[in-house]
Design a protein around this ligand. Structure first.
Ligand code: HEM
Length: 408
């Protein structure tokens, strides 16, 4: 049996300290057995090491179907109230297993091919330009609501043909859904808000799909429609669910790549200056920003059958959470892992996960990150942070700042 520390409750593990600065805590696990047992949902194993996360995210003894864990700590009466939320989320491809996942993923990959994504570059450049315009006369601003947060929403909304007038509403809805993921302290009110948001988003996409059905375009909804009309892969309801999933996946993560990335660069002004003067470094720089302050800190899987997991017994029905943010600081994979190195050559980070569910939007996120970061550095060479101690959003899975006050 591996030398695992004593079990911890949610309150003992998911602490304000873990939100504020998780890396010293991760280090203790990375230098030790790399595992922690948590006494939530009938037992959860947390895995920290790169090799374990990378291996077991590919293991067929683990299932991606885990939406039940969002509500199972509530009394049965309440669970019934939110069964609809859990069921709707369970239609997201993210929570499918093979063979359904394999079939759908293969078809959806068409919409995310490198050529399809690269063709979006001019649109992304245009959106970045538009968002930066008002900032030019603004001496002091919070760069998150002004730039980092709207950019990914505008991009994914464009892909899904959501009109400008609905962007604000979609950001609110998407945030309401994010609150119930990665938040062991989720409340009944959070679930009510998430359920309403999912209703709102689904109703919108129901109408949008009906319009597209009459006249197909070149967008993601039209692609999903082709998949639906092609046979037994997607039902009508599943189709709306994938639209909501894409909107959510495209927004909650990429905004934190840009926000956390700018925050990190402002704290490393010499490296930011080097990047500004050598724009060809942008690709490796964005990979390093993804590794250094990963927007998704962990993801989970359910154990389908009892098995020995890294020397400990994992029981059917338990959950395993993979601490991607910790794996990305593992010294057995990364030289000097706590040092930011925008020129890092070997960088096999797990910011986009691993295995069958590896992020379908990774190329899009990278492109948005590259365009946004470089443009900000070039247009605002004097930008500096004026935030005191940074405050992080109270979400342990989606790591992002509450605000990033800057002067330019
Ligand atoms: C920096 C930005 C992003 C990060 C860090 C990120 C991270 C991730 C991670 C870690 C996973 C795997 C989750 C798991 O295995 O449980 C994932 C899956 C996924 N992501 Fe992303 N993501 C980003 C951007 C995007 C974008 C822009 C989109 C859509 C336009 C997107 C859509 C998805 C979808 C649909 C899945 C599920 C894929 C599947 O189940 O096959 N993501 N993402």
């Amino acid at each position: 049996m591996a030398n695992v520390p004593p079990p911890l409750s949610a309150q003992e593990f998911f602490t304000p300290e873990l939100l504020r600065d998780p890396y010293p805590i991760y280090r203790r696990y990375l230098d030790g057995p790399g595992l922690q047992f948590l006494t939530i949902h009938g037992g959860v194993w947390a895995a920290f090491k790169h090799a374990d996360c990378s291996t077991f995210l590919r293991d067929p003894r683990l299932s991606a179907k885990r939406t039940g864990t969002l509500i199972d700590e509530f009394p049965t009466e309440k669970q019934k109230e939110f069964a609809e939320l859990a069921r709707t989320l369970s239609l997201w491809m993210l929570f499918f297993d093979a063979p359904e996942h394999t079939r759908l993923r293969k078809l959806m990959n068409k919409g995310f091919s490198p050529v399809a994504i690269e063709s979006l570059r001019p649109q992304i450049e245009k959106i970045v330009h538009r968002l930066l315009m008002p900032l030019r006369n603004n001496h002091r601003m919070d760069i998150l609501p002004q730039f980092a947060h709207p950019l990914p929403t505008y991009v994914i909304a464009e892909l899904l043909s959501v009109p400008d007038s609905l962007h604000e509403k979609f950001i609110r809805w998407s945030n309401a859904v994010a609150t119930v993921f990665g938040n062991p302290y989720r409340t009944v009110d959070d679930l009510v808000a998430a359920q309403q948001a999912i209703h709102g988003l689904t109703s919108y996409f129901r109408e949008a799909v009906a319009v597209r059905r009459r006249q197909k375009g070149n967008d993601l909804i039209s692609l999903l429609l082709e998949i639906e009309e092609d046979g037994d892969v997607l039902t009508e309801e599943e189709l709306y669910a994938q639209c909501v999933m894409l909107l959510f996946g495209g927004h909650e993560t990429t905004r934190n790549l840009i926000g956390n990335g700018l925050y990190t660069l402002l704290r490393h002004p010499e490296q930011a200056a080097e990047l500004r003067n050598n724009p060809e470094l942008i690709r490796s720089a964005v990979e390093e920003l993804l590794r250094y302050e990963s927007p998704v800190q962990y993801t989970g899987r359910m154990v389908l059958q009892d098995f020995e997991f890294c020397g400990v017994p994992a029981r059917r029905g338990q959950e395993i959470i993979f601490m991607l943010g910790a794996a990305n600081r593992d010294g057995s994979q990364f030289e000097d892992p706590d040092r930011l190195d925008l020129k890092r050559a070997k960088n096999p980070h797990l910011a986009f996960g691993a295995g069958a569910h590896f992020c379908i939007g990774n190329q899009l996120a990278r492109l948005e990150g590259q365009v946004a970061v470089l443009r900000i550095l070039q247009e605002f060479p004097e930008m500096r942070s004026v935030s005191a101690e940074p405050e992080w959003l109270p979400n342990f899975s989606f790591r992002g700042l509450k605000a990033l006050l800057v002067e330019a």
